[in-house]
Design a protein around this ligand. Structure first.
Ligand code: BG6
Length: 495
């Protein structure tokens, strides 16, 4: 990201300490520690960066390093580990129960509080990967221990609340100790290379922008399909559901990147200003423009999987699937539906954006059945990283019964085009930006709140209309009503 993005004093320092709350948790073991190790292996971490882990478990430095070593062996390919010993040397650990005021002074001592206030040390980056109920007490404990000075950044992992009111409470608690330009809210989808590539595709090419509007685009689909089920996150997921777990954050961020106006530069303020305008322009959705579902026992890739109620051990009204017909009420997108769809236990893991253009205004190829189709652009985000433009071409032949046409793909496979580049974990990028102080790929308070406002209205509509999830078989594409939602507009989901 350009140096211009680091315009504010608050973000001109690099952190030389990273304090990780929730350091023994799942995210730390699967993503954060592996990402930090991979950055270290590539020489990208500041030379002196110390990483201090904290969590409730009683452990000493050696035990924490052992836990980290096991996590790396499990979750980071050997070729990316570099010198593990060198990386593990950066780690230390301080046990702390963040729900009580005690223990923060010892933590401050471990971290080196004097450097946090100022002095010639670098700054401190704090990463909260804990239950949101701990955010308030943690920040208060940090404040009292002198760990919220001018050279401290605060990074928050989702969920940032469960509705607008609770999200405001969290944001207020953080704002009491940190200004917005030192608050880094994670949406890990923004760390994905292919998500950032959306910006390059739209704004580094002249081709798309002139046609990126309701004159030429008929509709847009955003699909985030997962094959996994509850993954042991019973209490969290059952309280959240697909709408709050996936749509409120990742899917709305994708939608915002697709729909936003060109920012004036690639910096934190310009990019986030444009995204928030889109989020605020989202039209409230009626219950009948949504479909929710919950999976029942079925099979994925030939393997039997239990239903949600069986995994949970009881009946529940939580949706594991949501499909929504959304609109962005502004000039550019007037009348263009954005169909969003996400679910657990769907047949394949795929995240993609599908842009369907309008038909040509007048066809000169009139023979019936000649196959004229509207163009489309498919942006595959994961697991494949391809961009495919579908174009019409003439089928070779002598055309005795008229010209026959067929759709042909113009395809860029990004891994082939950039075979020399390492595919990185999304958190590598985000942790590095946090350490350096670049907020461009982090979510601003007004974005999060606009997202919640829209989501809360959907949930209120569900309650008002008594909407409960329909069932779908694991391994299918959700309830059949989700197909009806889009087919009544004469279109089909891209599969
Ligand atoms: C998380 C959700 O934010 O994103 C999970 O809480 C989901 O339920 C995950 O599985 C998906 O992330 P990714 O990177 O695997 O697409």
């Amino acid at each position: 990201m350009s140096d211009a993005s680091i315009s504010d004093d608050a973000n001109t320092f690099a952190a030389d300490r990273l304090l990780l709350f929730g350091a023994t948790g799942d995210l730390a073991r699967r993503k954060l520690i592996p990402s930090l190790c991979a950055l270290d292996a590539d020489g990208l971490l500041p030379e002196k960066l110390a990483i201090i882990g904290t969590a409730r478990s009683e452990m000493d430095d050696a035990q924490f390093r052992q836990m980290a070593r096991e996590a790396l062996e499990k979750h980071l390919p050997a070729r990316r580990r570099g010198s593990m010993a060198q990386f593990l040397n950066r780690l230390s650990y301080q046990p702390l129960d963040a729900s009580t005021a005690e223990g923060f002074d010892q933590l401050a001592e471990k971290v080196g509080a004097e450097g946090a206030a100022d002095g010639d040390r670098g700054g401190l980056a704090i990463f909260l990967s804990t239950a949101p109920s701990l955010f308030g007490p943690t920040i208060e404990g940090l404040r009292q221990a002198g760990l919220t000075g001018d050279k401290v950044r605060m990074c928050l992992e989702k969920p940032l609340g469960s509705d607008l009111a609770s999200s405001r409470e969290i944001n207020d608690a953080v704002a009491r100790a940190f200004p917005e330009d030192r608050i880094f809210r994670i949406d890990h989808y923004l760390g994905k290379e292919t998500v950032q590539n959306l910006l390059a595709l739209r704004f580094a090419n002249i081709l798309f922008e002139p046609i990126w509007n309701s004159n030429v685009i008929e509709h847009v689909q955003v699909t985030v399909a997962e094959t996994v089920g509850l993954e042991g996150r019973v209490s969290f997921y059952d309280d959240a559901g697909a709408l709050r777990d996936m749509v409120q954050n990742h899917m709305l961020q994708l939608l915002a990147l697709v729909a936003m106006e060109p920012p004036t530069s690639f910096d934190a303020t310009a990019v986030r200003d444009e995204k928030v305008k889109v989020l605020r322009a989202l039209r409230p959705v009626a219950a009948n423009e949504t479909v929710t579902g919950q999976y029942r026992a079925g099979a994925i890739s030939g393997e039997a999987v239990p239903g949600y109620d069986q995994e949970l051990g009881e009946a529940s009204d939580t949706e594991t699937f949501a499909a929504i017909k959304a609109h962005v009420d502004n000039w550019r997108w007037k009348g263009v539906p954005f169909y969003l769809r996400t679910g657990k236990r769907l047949p394949e893991r795929v995240t993609e954006i599908y842009v369907q253009f309008r038909c040509v205004p007048h066809s000169i190829f009139e023979a019936p059945g000649n196959g004229l189709q509207p163009n489309s652009l498919l942006i595959e985000i994961q697991p494949e990283e391809n961009v495919t433009l579908s174009l019409m071409a003439k089928v070779p032949g002598l055309d005795q019964e008229g010209v026959r046409l067929r759709e042909v793909p113009l395809e860029i496979a990004l891994p082939d085009a950039f075979a020399e580049s390492e595919r990185r974990i999304a958190y590598e990028r985000l942790l590095l930006d946090l350490i350096k102080g670049d907020q461009t790929l982090f979510v601003r308070r007004d974005e999060v709140e606009a997202q919640w406002q829209w989501i809360d209205a959907i949930r209120a509509a569900w309650v008002a209309d008594g909407v409960t999830p329909r069932t779908y078989t694991a391994g299918s594409w959700g309830p059949s009503a989700a197909i009806g939602l889009i087919e009544r507009d004469g279109v089909s989901w891209h599969e």
